[in-house]
Design a protein around this ligand. Structure first.
Ligand code: AMP
Ligand code: MG
Length: 341
């Protein structure tokens, strides 16, 4: 019996090895690639599906776009009827029943806030509005305006119900903005939709944040370029094998007052726009994780971030800061292995 069991285990190992080798082989001409670009979630999205059949690939791309639209419908602050916009209208103690998707993102966001000592905080919207209004008026916010906004910011001021179904503000004027995390989550849902629809590989790019699964139709890994913040050139290219990559840039979107640029990423601990690394790229197993850490590491100093990243074995980070003349970079161990030489 023992010998038979051992032989079975041996065959099983050989079969698994064979399958692994096969899946690593070049896919033949039977693999079809369909790629579509559209504007979604206030940005540009490109979805690629690889499937044995072109119709399957087409349907997979459509299903993936459906998920991006759903995330936007639930979480955009530009839609007055989204769940997040309705949470933002609640009085203290009132609660709103929300979808499992929105709950999941809020719950993960709260965990990131706790892990980063409040550097990442989706309740930062009052500060964002304060800076936006000031820039429209062409002046900096006054200390009083910043204090009033900060009194409404803080992840502990948003309560998520233990039953996993509703959210409630603890004080008046709490305002949530999921701009730092929803795109990444949308990548995850879209990737799931591609798989469910029968794609064998795919790539989802929403505004430069990308998640890939499987490999290209020619069997080669997906490759993604990383922009250099100071040069009209790429910093490099990375291989993206069943991973997601997100880049946050404090200069990518900004408010301008008196000709000076202020980042659209705020440090909720000080109320001021982030001034740390101008470009942070994070590679993680899923989109939500990559997106949230990229924003968090833009708020934290490079030293603080490197300390935190040491405890995150699956998260690889590249920081670029300094100036065009003297660019400086730092990477976590393992990031360079992703770079295409
Ligand atoms: P990202 O491009 O992913 O870095 O997200 C930037 C967006 O996140 C901003 O446009 C704001 O909507 C939001 N945001 C800004 N500062 C923070 C912060 N400290 N924590 C969480 N979200 C933020
Ligand atoms: Mg982000």
């Amino acid at each position: 019996m023992r010998i038979i069991a051992a032989m079975r285990a041996h065959w099983l190992r050989l079969t698994v090895l064979g399958l692994l080798l096969l899946s690593g082989c070049r896919r033949g001409p039977e693999a079809h690639t369909v790629r579509r670009s559209r504007e979604v979630m206030g940005t540009f999205a490109e979805i690629t599906a690889v499937a044995p059949d072109e119709a399957v690939a087409e349907a997979a791309v459509e299903a993936a776009y459906g998920r991006l639209n759903r995330v936007n419908d639930l979480m955009s602050t530009y839609r007055p009827d989204s769940e997040i916009s309705r949470v933002n209208q609640l009085a203290p103690g009132q609660s709103l029943a929300i979808s499992p998707e929105t709950f999941h993102v809020l719950e993960r966001a709260q965990a990131f806030a706790e892990a980063t000592g409040g550097a990442f905080d989706v309740t930062c919207r009052p500060l964002l509005l304060c800076w936006r209004e000031a820039s429209e008026a062409g002046r900096l916010p006054t200390p009083e305006q910043l204090d009033a906004a900060r009194a409404r910011v803080g992840w502990q001021k948003l309560t998520l119900a233990a039953d996993g179904r509703s959210a409630s503000p603890a004080v008046a004027g709490v305002q949530v903005d999921l701009g730092a995390i929803a795109k990444g989550y949308a990548l995850d849902l879209a990737t799931e939709a591609l798989r469910e629809a029968g794609a064998v590989a795919g790539l989802v790019n929403v505004g430069g944040d990308v998640r890939g699964f499987g490999s290209r139709a020619d069997g080669e890994p997906w490759q993604i370029g990383i922009r250099h913040p100071f040069r009209q050139a790429l910093f490099g290219r990375i291989r993206l094998v069943d991973r997601a990559v997100a880049t946050s840039g404090i200069q990518q979107r900004f408010f301008e007052v008196d000709g000076r640029r202020y980042s659209h990423i705020v440090d909720p601990r000080t109320g001021r726009p982030a001034e740390q690394a101008p470009s942070v790229t994070v590679v993680a197993p899923d989109g939500l994780t990559a997106d949230a850490w990229a924003t968090a590491f833009s708020v934290l100093s490079v030293e603080e971030g490197r300390g935190m990243a040491e405890d995150l074995p699956n998260v690889k980070v590249l920081w670029i800061w300094g100036s065009a003349e003297h660019p400086q970079t730092a990477q976590t161990p393992g990031f360079s292995e992703l770079l295409v030489q």
